[in-house]
Structure formats: C-alpha cells, structure tokens
Design a protein around this ligand. Structure first.
Ligand code: ATP
Ligand code: MG
Length: 302
C-alpha cells in the first residue's frame, strides 16, 4: 500500500493537534508501521513531545524549507520508539513564514523537502501551527489528506468554515488530490452534556468523516509531553493511550476501506463533504445557531 501523508490541521489553538500528531505517530509505529512525524509549528511541541532536545539537533525543518539542508540530514531516526522518525522544528521556523514570501514555489517547499524520503514511510504525519498561513498551506499542499482534531468544548466549530475554505483553496490551486480524511474529537469529557452536544453537532456536519474513536480528556495525556514521551510510553495503560491506539487502528482500517473502494473514493461520510459545501447547513443548523458557533446550546445561555 502506498504511503499516506496526513496534515493535522486546525487554526484554532489548543485543540489537540500536537497531542494527536505525537500519539498517533507513536501508536502507528507500535503497530509496526514506519512513521515520519514532521513538525511544522515553530512552537515545536511535537518535537519536544517525543523527547527531542534542541541541543541534539543537526538542523530542523526550517533549514529544509529555505533550501539549506536536505531532510535526510535533519531527520532523527527511531526517536522514542523503533520506526518513529522525526523531522524536528525549532523556533527559527517562525521566520519562515516571512522569509518564504518571495521564494519561488513557496507553497511547495515542504513537498520538495519530503519528496526524496517519502517512499520510506507508510505514514507521514505533519503537525501544523494554529494559523492558516504559509506553514499550514505547505502542509496541505503535500498531504493526501487533512485530519482535523476538534476539541469537545464551547465554540468547537468556530473557524471550521474558514479551515474548510482553505482546504478547498489548496485543493483547487495546489493539490487536487487533497481530501479531508477525518475529524477526531478530542478532550471529550463524558460527564458533561456539552461534550455530547458538541459531538452530535460535529457528526451532523461531518457525518462518517468523524472517527468513531473519541479521545477522552485524560490527565495522563497532558502530563506526558513534559516527560518528552508519547502516552504509550508514559502510561501505556491509561485511557488516553488506549484511545490513541484505537484511533491508530481506525485510521488503518479507513485507509484499507479507501483502497478497497478504489482511488478517489471518499471514505465514508456525506458525499462531497470535503470542503465548505457540507458546512453551510450544518453549522447554521446546530443549536445556538450563529455561524461559526456550532456548539453553543440553549443550556449555555443562562
Ligand atoms: P496549538 O494550537 O498551540 O499548537 P494544539 O492544537 O497542538 O495547540 P495540544 O498542544 O495538543 O493542542 O493540546 C493543548 C493542551 O491540551 C496541551 O497542554 C495538551 O497536553 C492538552 N491536551 C491535549 N489533549 C488532551 C486530552 N485528551 N486530555 C487532556 N489534555 C489534553
Ligand atoms: Mg500544537
């Protein structure tokens, strides 16, 4: 099976992008797949999340993007666990957004970076920053699909219209094969009615694109990064570890299903729900009503 490049995107901050990138990558490696975790966020949370220290780096994705290093020379192999390689980020990456503005084919710098090494991996997972700027566009321009983590909190769907518009734009102008692979609900707190309501509105909008696996709010998941460990190494028995293992298995199953359907088949979900077209009614129709605020419910008003 051909390798898969997934961009983990949501311009909303703190929704679980880096947690998902690190832990899905680790769980896929644990399942026996060769994985490359690419950090496209200057905050470098995915890099530190797998225990890579800045002092040990021979370079970062920044050097690759500006053309002064090859991915091969910068990638760290078997980080945290076997089969998990990392193309790390540093704060330098913050400058790339501006420095690349005048560079030829600036939207394809990550694609060009990954081209020589992509064949080695079954999965390439790209963590992206909380913006829709050039770094995120680079991630979407090389990806087969976008994976959107959505936090089960107030305003969960805020900005999703804009995100899907960006995905559409990238598909039209830069990467015709780009799909929305799925939506992963994160930080789900089963004790709250809100989490259930958010989950329902997200499923109304995205249909079967939403992973059946839901990532619970789990304190072990929030502790693991400060030890530089994916959750399966920090506390392999925790609910967070089990959830990401399950999500990794579901991702594999979805890939297999997609291949069975033949290339171009959109996995599950509402037909054509790969961009803004599937949203209009969904968001407006969710309780609480106003566009971009699909999670506000009658109960939140008082
Ligand atoms: P940013 O937009 O800043 O890059 P992000 O979308 O990458 O943020 P994370 O850094 O993954 O989000 O998560 C935000 C915070 O929530 C972190 O402190 C993380 O440890 C914590 N967190 C993420 N997922 C969970 C979870 N399921 N349960 C508990 N805490 C979580
Ligand atoms: Mg992050």
């Amino acid at each position: 099976m051909k390798g898969r490049i997934l961009a983990i995107v949501n311009q909303k901050g703190g929704v679980g992008k880096s947690t998902t990138a690190v832990n899905l990558a680790a769980c896929l490696a644990e399942l026996g797949e060769r994985v490359l975790l690419v950090d496209m966020d200057p905050q470098a949370n995915a890099t530190s999340g797998v225990g890579v220290e800045r002092e040990k780096l021979s370079g970062s994705v920044y050097q690759c993007l500006i053309g002064s290093a090859a991915a091969e020379d910068v990638i760290l192999e078997n980080v945290a666990l076997p089969r998990l390689d990392v193309l790390p980020a540093t704060i330098d990456l913050a400058g790339a957004e501006i420095e690349l503005v005048s560079v030829f084919s600036r939207e394809y710098r990550l694609k060009e970076t990954l081209a020589p090494v992509a064949d080695r991996y079954r999965f390439i997972l790209i963590d992206s920053p909380p913006s829709l700027g050039l770094l995120t566009v680079n991630a979407l321009a090389v990806a087969d699909s976008a994976l959107i983590p959505i936090q089960c909190e107030y305003y969960a769907l805020e900005g999703v219209t804009q995100l899907l518009r960006t995905v559409d734009m990238v598909r039209r102008h830069l990467n015709p094969g780009l799909e929305v692979a799925g939506v992963l609900l994160t930080m789900y707190d089963a004790r709250t009615r809100l989490a259930e309501e958010v989950s329902r509105s997200v499923r109304d909008v995205f249909g079967e694109k939403v992973f059946a696996t839901v990532i619970p709010r789990n304190v072990r998941l929030s502790e693991a990064p400060s030890f530089g460990k994916p959750i399966i190494l920090y506390d392999g028995q925790s609910r967070g570890a089990e959830a990401y293992r399950q999500a990794a298995r579901e991702l594999m199953q979805r890939m297999v299903a997609e291949v069975d359907r033949g290339k171009g088949g959109r996995p599950g979900g509402k037909q054509g729900c790969t961009g803004t077209s599937c949203l209009g009614e969904g968001i407006a129709g969710t309780p609480g009503g106003r566009e971009g605020n699909g999670t506000r419910t009658a109960g939140d008003r008082g």
